[in-house]
Write a protein that binds this ligand. Structure first.
Ligand SMILES: C[S@@+](CC[C@H](N)C(=O)[O-])C[C@H]1O[C@@H](n2cnc3c(N)ncnc32)[C@H](O)[C@@H]1O
Length: 333
């Protein structure tokens, strides 16, 4: 989708705090080279999400096996009213907003109360961000969207200072897609850019029977694998690469001891791949695995103590006891 910064809505209810044409991964080539030069090789999961990757992820979310989206939506349907009553009608900042399908459930509460809402979605997939801003402002006449089409950290740094408290949203268990040091670093950025009294709502998947997790990431249609293998097409497009999907296979495994689901891309044969715009050639062996995504399945107490160490105290939690998925509301100390 092509959108220019100033003409997406004539009434000005969509604006860009970072230009819609700015590429958040423009300087990321060296990280790609570093990841593919390590052992084991690694590609950042941020490359799952171009426009096509988000479409595939959304399709995966619609499968019966992928309980995360369904259960988080049910929790928000039941408790959005309590969340808004606890926090008040604050401006919303969302990390990794994507299509913002679940955010709508909170926006409905603002609409029911006839309240204006200022919404600051941050997402590296700018195309999806703009598309969802257009749909949301059509459906919610008192909504003002301030788009930050960039990475979490750059988005938080570009937020305008606010005299009012804000409610930060981090849904979809996206916090669990980062390694622990990255989680700590992001929470510290979040703490620094906020103010005392801000709220943070985290949606987090919890430790559970491994078979439920295995099914979610190995859905019968194969959207999970396609969404992960789309990373290769994304790298090809961005860096002039010649990855061929047929030379690779998707692999997802949950380890209940570490409470970590690992998604890897397995090379099926010995071959080399060139990323021409990075002047980089990578050799891959048969059965070699590339680390692509991690999904932590939290112990609730551990999650609460990670947040507590970062300066966020638990206010309330809502946990689905069947699927073991939770919404955790924190307040910045
Ligand atoms: C797991 S999806 C969750 C989407 C949505 N919040 C939900 O709950 O369904 C993660 C979202 O975060 C975005 N994302 C991933 N890594 C990011 C990063 N480092 N900075 C900004 N956005 C990121 C992706 O583009 C994607 O829309």
């Amino acid at each position: 989708m092509h959108a220019h910064d100033f003409n997406v809505r004539p009434d000005g209810r969509i604006r860009f705090l970072i230009r819609s044409t700015e590429d958040p991964l423009a300087q990321d080539g060296p990280n790609v080279i570093a990841g593919l030069s390590r052992l084991p090789k690694q590609i950042s999961s941020v490359y799952v999400y171009d426009k096509r990757g988000t479409e595939l992820f959304e399709q995966q979310c619609g499968t019966p096996e992928y309980y995360l989206r369904r259960v988080e939506s049910q929790l928000l349907t039941s408790f959005a009213c309590e969340i808004v009553e606890t926090c008040g009608l604050l401006p919303l900042v969302e990390l990794g907003a994507g299509t913002a399908e679940k955010t709508r459930l909170l926006l409905l509460e603002y609409a029911k109360r006839g309240s204006r809402c200022d919404y600051f979605p941050i997402d590296v997939d700018s195309a999806t961000l703009i598309e969802s801003a257009i749909k949301l402002t059509s459906d919610f006449p008192l909504l003002f969207v301030h788009c930050l089409g960039t990475t979490y950290e750059k988005g938080l740094a570009a937020l305008p200072p606010s005299r009012q408290s804000r409610l930060f949203l981090f849904l979809g268990s996206s916090l669990g897609n980062m390694e622990r040091p990255e989680i700590d670093r992001l929470l510290s950025r979040l703490f620094d850019c906020g103010a005392q009294g801000d709220y943070l709502l985290v949606g987090a998947d919890l430790d559970k029977d491994a078979s439920i997790i295995d099914r979610a990431y190995n859905d019968s249609v194969g959207y999970g694998p396609r969404s992960t293998l789309n990373i290769l097409d994304h790298l090809n497009r961005r860096y002039g690469g010649n990855f061929v999907q047929a030379n690779f296979r998707y692999q997802s495994r949950y380890d209940s001891l570490t409470r970590r689901n690992e998604v890897r891309i397995e090379s099926l044969r010995n071959h080399t791949v060139t990323l021409s715009s990075l002047s980089f050639i990578v050799s891959l062996g048969a059965a070699e695995l590339i680390d692509a995504e991690v999904m932590w399945k939290f112990d609730p107490q551990e999650l609460v103590s990670i947040l507590d160490r970062a300066g966020f105290s638990l206010v309330r939690q809502w946990i689905d006891l069947v699927y073991r998925y939770g919404l955790f509301l924190f307040r910045r100390q």
